[in-house]
Each structure stands twice: as structure tokens, then as C-alpha cells.
Ligand binder design. Sequence first.
Ligand code: FES
Ligand code: FES
Length: 193
Amino acid sequence: MSPAPGLAGGGVPAICNGSSLCQPGPSMNIPLRLTLNGQAREIALDDPRVTLLDLLRERLGLTGAKKGCDRGQCGACTVLVDGRRINACLTLAASLDGAEILTIEGLAEGDRLHPVQAAFIAHDGFQCGFCTPGQIMSAVGLIREGQAGTDPERIREGMSGNLCRCGAYAGILDAVQEASRPTGQVEQREDAA
Ligand code: FES
Ligand code: FES
């Protein structure tokens, strides 16, 4: 993980006058219990500044959530925490003890894609794919919140925190609309294929 702004590599403040306050403290062990993609995990955090995104990507090997801007502006890092959409790059892992986290890696059931994943494929809701895990998790959250509906304007507004540099917005909108329909029409399409 790259050091936090203003900190040198060892966690020492970049501007330091040599006093004892400038020395790194004793190594910490912050116990963290999470339910991650349905599995109970116990993690010992050695740094309270680790974000959820860095914990997932660099320490747990879950690289689906992407680091785009690392400052809450692009949505590429979107995951669900206790069912709500959050930007993992802005969330300190240490604040999540006891939380339930769902990432793109936990969405499919075996070989069976989640309806939102299937809809993104059916409607070409991506090009390079960099933003896609965040888009999909955001759409899943939006639908679970009951905020999606099938009104294009509502969906656009609900998905406005997720940017796509490839401009695949038309396909993304179609995919979210389809996945928002109440009666499992995506599954019916798959069965008919
Ligand atoms: S990487 Fe988190 S919002 Fe861009
Ligand atoms: S598909 Fe390339 S950034 Fe969205």
C-alpha cells in the first residue's frame, strides 16, 4: 500500500523535528471480524489507516473492486457494507468490525451469475471493464434499496456516482432497467437462450 499523504514510507510524519512524538508507535494489532462474501473472517489489522479498498485488494487478494481515483469520485471501488453501497476507498477498515461485506467476487452463486451480472452481459454494459465491478455492485445496491425502478432518470441519478470512461452508459442503463424488473425476467431470458 502506498503511504498515506504526509507520511513517509515507515509511517513517520514527513515533516518531523526529531522529537519522540515523531517516532513510529509500537506495532498495533487491531482485531477485525467481518463477514466477507458470506464467510466469517478474522483479521488482525496492523495499521488503523488501512482503507477497506486496500484491505480487500492488497491484503486479501480480492481485486474486483478497483482503485480509480482513490478519493470518492469515480465509484470504481463500490462494494456493499451491510447491504448499503459505499466507496471502499473512503472507508477505514478498522471502522467495520462486525460488518457484512459483499464484493463482486461474492455475487455469483457458483457458475450462476447474479441477474445484474447477466444483464450487463446481455446489454453490453461495459467496454474495457475497469468500472464494471463498481457499476454492478452499485446497481445491486440500488435495486436492493428499492430506489431503481425502471424510470431511466431515476436509474441515471442512482448510478451517478459511478463513472465510466468508456461511455458505456446506454448499455449500463439498459442492464439496470432489465435487472430491476420484478419478475425474474433475466432468468427467463437465460433459460430461453
Ligand atoms: S476509487 Fe473509490 S471512488 Fe474512485
Ligand atoms: S467500461 Fe471502461 S471505464 Fe467503464
